[in-house]
Design a protein around this ligand. Sequence first.
Ligand code: HEM
Ligand SMILES: N[C@@H](CC(=O)c1ccccc1NC=O)C(=O)O
Length: 267
Amino acid sequence: MTDQSADTAASLTYTSYLALDEVLGAQRPRSDEHDEMLFIVIHQVYELWFKQLLHELDELQRVLVSGHTPHAVRVLRRVLTIFKVIVAQIDVLETMTPRQFTSFRARLDASSGFQSAQFRELEAVLGRRDERAFAHYPQGGAQRAQIEGAMSRPSVFDSFLAYLHSHGYAVPVDLLERDVRKPVEPSPGLQKVLLQVYADDSGPSTVAEHLVDLDEGLQEWRYRHVKMVERTIGDKPGTGGSPGAAYLRKTLFQPVFPDLWAVRSEL
Ligand code: HEM
Ligand SMILES: N[C@@H](CC(=O)c1ccccc1NC=O)C(=O)O
């Protein structure tokens, strides 16, 4: 290597590999209030975990369709562990008092969690099929396309049905061939199959239980988010234009895999 090439082709470093100039240059508080930095960092960490979750769920769907139980369980364990982390980190934000938040809240203008496209994509990948998810995402925009894309592909639940089918379970054909752009309807036929899955108590029942954990994880996140909202802004309306906590409370008990819950009283 000549001296010249040593100058131009910089060797890989910790900083360059992790693109830290970009990552650490991306915290730009709009106020001089001390707590705004925490607010920004926490949200950025969330978005990174959402990105990783989407990456893992993509893998999960491929593995489920291939029917390979141990691999599916490994991916699910990672997803669940990330969920534990993102629920736990609410504790950090809750060290911010209502007065500390109020000190910079006005600087947030009308921005809000409603604009987290990755969160909406995550819901869609898990199975949400609901036009209301498109509010705040203008038609023709890249974020809208991303969410629409996820809503027009088979969901994690659809991939789970394909997985059960590949393991010889008699999943109703109308479910296997359903229009994946529509919400999945509760199915007594599928619930009978799930009871058989649990009775067999082998790989597929472990996968099913992990999916229940995942559903519970998302509900835990919603619950902790609402409590954080209640303690921080009380009944104030949200910056995103909703009634705030009252709106969020209505989202609390919407499971993503209703059939997996419907069978619990028969187990
Ligand atoms: C002090 C902290 C927080 C407060 C007071 C707060 C408040 C709110 C409020 C009031 C809404 C309803 C939308 C609106 O009208 O503004 C909302 C929605 C949302 N927030 Fe937060 N939030 C906080 C932290 C977070 C964090 C850390 C995240 C992580 C990404 C987050 C993600 C979301 C998401 C995804 C929604 C949409 C939920 C849905 O429609 O189901 N929020 N938040
Ligand atoms: N919606 C919150 C503001 C808020 O929490 C927020 C603002 C900008 C970016 C992300 C946010 N987090 C979750 O909603 C509020 O009404 O105070």
